[in-house]
Design a protein around this ligand. Structure first.
Ligand code: ADP
Ligand code: MG
Length: 380
C-alpha cells in the first residue's frame, strides 16, 4: 500500500503518496563463542538507495542480513522500520520474518531444483487466487526477461538466469526492502561481468532500497550509492564507494579496498600545502592533510604510479623516486611491479608497458606520481 487518504488544504480527500519508511538498524549480535557483530546505520528509502556492506569473509555480513530479515535475534539494540519496531532486545517487540516486507536473495539462490521456473517464482504467493498468481508471475517474468524460460528447471539454466529466477521469486511478493547476499558468489568470472551490469541497471530502476553484501570491491564500486565497510564485526567506515576507495579512513579499510601500497610515514616538514614524508629509507611529497598529526599510513594505488627510465623529463608530478624493480607479477591484462624506492612501492602497468621497459628484477627505474594521489591516514 503506497497511498493513504489525507485531507488536503481545500478539504477534499484524495490519495497522496506516503513517504516510504527508513530502515534503522542499531544492533549487536553475540554468538556463544564470543564472536560479536555490531552495526548502526540507516537504509534510506527516499530516494531508494543501493547500500553495500563490504568486508572480508567472516566479517559478519550474512549475520547482519539475517538479523534484519528476522532469521537471527540480535543480542542487543533495535531494528526499526519507520514507526514499526521489528526487534528490540529486552522487550516483547518482535516482528516475525514472514511479516517483514523483505526480499532476501540467498547467496546460493536456493531454488527448488524439481520445480519449473514458473512454479519457483509462484512459490510463496499462496494467499493469492490462481489468476492473480498467474498475472503476478507473468509481470515479474517479463520484467526480468524470463518469459522463454518458464517451463525449464533450475538445472537447465545458466548461473545468470538462475539468479534472475531467484530475484523474480523474491520480487513477486512485492517487498519494500531487498537484501542480496553475495549476488555474484555463485557465478563464474565470465558471467559475473554481464550480471554485474544487468544488476546495476535493474537495481537503479527498482523503487525500493537494496542492501547488497559483497567482499569484492569491484562489485561495490559498480553497484553502490553508499558503502559500509565491515571488518571483524565492526563498521569501520561509511560513505560513497568513491570516497571510501580514494580516502579510506583506516589502514584496514585501505587494505580491504585494494590499495596496493600502505606504508608507515613520518612528516619531515610542510610548506605551501605540501608535506614531505620519510617512508622507509625514501622520501615523498603529499598534499598537506592539515591537522596536528605527523605520523601516517601512506596509501598509494598502483594505477597512479608511472614507471620511467632514463633522465627525468620536466613534469608536473612532484614525486620522481629512483630505485629498482624487485618483482614482477602478471595480473590479467596488467602487470603488478613491485619497486624498491627506499620503501616497497607497487605500480600497476599494462603488459605492453612492462615488455617495452624490459621490467625485471634488478632493473633501474624512476617511480613517478603526483603529490595529490598520495592519501594519508593518521596513525593516531
Ligand atoms: P560473512 O558473511 O561476512 O562471511 P558471517 O556473518 O557468516 O560472516 O559470520 C561472522 C562471524 O560469525 C564468523 O566468525 C562466523 O564464524 C560467526 N558465526 C556465524 N554464524 C554463527 C553461528 N550460528 N554460531 C556461531 N558463530 C557464528
Ligand atoms: Mg556471508
Amino acid at each position: 500500500m503506497n497511498t493513504q487518504n489525507v485531507r488536503d488544504v481545500e478539504g477534499t480527500v484524495g490519495p497522496t503518496p506516503t513517504v516510504a519508511p527508513t530502515l534503522n538498524v542499531n544492533i549487536e549480535k553475540r554468538y556463544s563463542d564470543g564472536t560479536t557483530i555490531a552495526a548502526d546505520f540507516d537504509l534510506p528509502s527516499n530516494p531508494p538507495q543501493v547500500s553495500i556492506v563490504f568486508g572480508p569473509s567472516g566479517a559478519g555480513k550474512t549475520t547482519l542480513l539475517r538479523c534484519i530479515a528476522g532469521l537471527e535475534r540480535p543480542t542487543r539494540g533495535r531494528i526499526r522500520y519507520g514507526e514499526e519496531i521489528w526487534s528490540q532486545h529486552g522487550t516483547r517487540h518482535w516482528v516475525r520474518p514472514q511479516k517483514r516486507p523483505i526480499g532476501y536473495l540467498f547467496q546460493d539462490f536456493a531454488l527448488f531444483p524439481h520445480l519449473t521456473v514458473e512454479r519457483n517464482i509462484a512459490f510463496g504467493l499462496g494467499a493469492f487466487s490462481r489468476s492473480e498468481c498467474h498475472q503476478k508471475v507473468e509481470a515479474i517474468s517479463s520484467r526480468l526477461g524470463l518469459e522463454g524460460l518458464r517451463g525449464r528447471r533450475p538445472g537447465e539454466l545458466s548461473g545468470g538466469e538462475q539468479q534472475r529466477v531467484a530475484l523474480a521469486r523474491v520480487l513477486v511478493r512485492e517487498p519494500r526492502i531487498l537484501l542480496l547476499d553475495e549476488p555474484f558468489a555463485a557465478l563464474d568470472e565470465r558471467t559475473r561481468e554481464s550480471v554485474r551490469s544487468y544488476l546495476r541497471n535493474f537495481l537503479s530502476q527498482l523503487e525500493i532500497p537494496a542492501l547488497v553484501v559483497t567482499h569484492d570491491w569491484i562489485d561495490a564500486l559498480a553497484l553502490g550509492d553508499e558503502m559500509m565497510v565491515l571488518s571483524r564485526g565492526r563498521l569501520l567506515q561509511k560513505g560513497s564507494p568513491q570516497e571510501v576507495f580514494t580516502r579510506p579512513a583506516r589502514r584496514e579499510v585501505a587494505a580491504a579496498v585494494g590499495v596496493d601500497t600502505v606504508a608507515p610515514g613520518r612528516m619531515l616538514d610542510r610548506a605551501d600545502g605540501v608535506v614531505r614524508l620519510r617512508v622507509g629509507r625514501g622520501e615523498l611529497l603529499a598534499v598537506d592533510p592539515g591537522g596536528e598529526d605527523n605520523s601516517f599510513w601512506v596509501c598509494i594505488r598502483g594505477e597512479d604510479v608511472t614507471i620511467e627510465q632514463g633522465p627525468p623529463p620536466r613534469s608536473s608530478a612532484r614525486n620522481h623516486l629512483s630505485g629498482k624493480v624487485s618483482a614482477v607479477f602478471p595480473q590479467g591484462t596488467l602487470t603488478k611491479v613491485v619497486l624498491d624506492v627506499g620503501f616497497e612501492l607497487v605500480a600497476l602497468v599494462t603488459r605492453q608497458a612492462a615488455r617495452d621497459l624490459n621490467l625485471a628484477p634488478g632493473v633501474g627505474i624512476s617511480a613517478v606520481f603526483k603529490a595529490s594521489i598520495v592519501h594519508l591516514i593518521p596513525t593516531k
